[in-house]
Design a protein around this ligand. Sequence first.
Ligand code: NAD
Length: 325
Amino acid sequence: MKQALVCGAGGFIGSHLVKRLKYEGFSVRGVDLKYPEFSKTVADEFVIGDLRDPIVCRNVTDRPFDEVYQLAADMGGAGYIFTGEHDSEVMHNSAMINLNMVDICRAMGVKKVFYSSSACIYPEYNQIDPDNPKCSEDSAYPAQPDSEYGWEKLFSERMYLSYYRNHGLQVRIARLHNIFGPEGSWNNGKEKAPAAFCRKVAETENGREIQMWGDGKQTRSFLYIDECLDGVRRLMDSDFLGPVNIGSEEMVSINQLAKMIMDIAGKKLRIKHIKGPLGVRGRNSDNRLIYEKIAWRPIHPLREGLEKTYGWIEKQVREARQVSK
Ligand code: NAD
């Protein structure tokens, strides 16, 4: 039986990944500061620990795991990453985790390590035109990410690659683009646009108003969690190191995203545009490289994933209302 360690197993992607690995027959140890919030973990073993501490990293990586998935990071949506208030924590905490984990994986002879980088590493100057953003893997340099979160990711990508070059550590690096789905943050300040609009639409009576940061003309693409995990698992099973985009090429404006969610909910709401943290003007995944190397591309339209996510968030909203009554 293959053995996997999932760092960040209490988080959104990590908790879904544990389910996937169990389904595929892995023996899984998870580690995180916290248990998954919305369902019981299915990991064979779950360690509560702080990966900024090298001793914790050593204790959880006590054998040459077949696969380590390093997803732990101090992160959130625009309200967390782009206000500037969390910059030092984001950089310090995530860099510490990666510095510790990459070295312990080398020392323990881990066979393969997955590192979750981000679309946020791409230079701001290529993402000014909302209709024509450039996010091909080779456009990462000269570097100019628009957040400290992106700079840390870029630094860590380079660190994992240097361990490959100098120590032969088998790394696989994906730049994830806006992953969404059920059981993700939806109301704690760390939620991203799809979850935030699902919540706002679910909470608001038909005909009333919801707020949106910015003019809504900024563009993004969003990838449903199950498709993301298909890409991650296929990358891990391949000989291709990356860094490579794992995202959707179905680019929409944030106005279109909100309208799609209203449509799913069967509601017509007015959108009030207000000032808020935004990030780049346009961003879309470019899947040419990943398709060429490992023949992966998403197969389901955005709307399908949004329907499932709205259903889950609408249920959370209803249950929260019942509790507060
Ligand atoms: P998440 O915040 O839900 O999960 C991250 C987990 O890391 C959390 O459960 C958190 O408790 C844990 N963690 C943080 N600091 C820790 C520490 N010191 N010790 C142990 N655990 C710690 O985020 P997610 O959306 O699941 O993202 C997973 C990874 O994918 C992250 O590295 C993130 O940067 C990357 N990523 C995610 C997206 C996305 O759209 N969700 C996009 C690009 C990249």
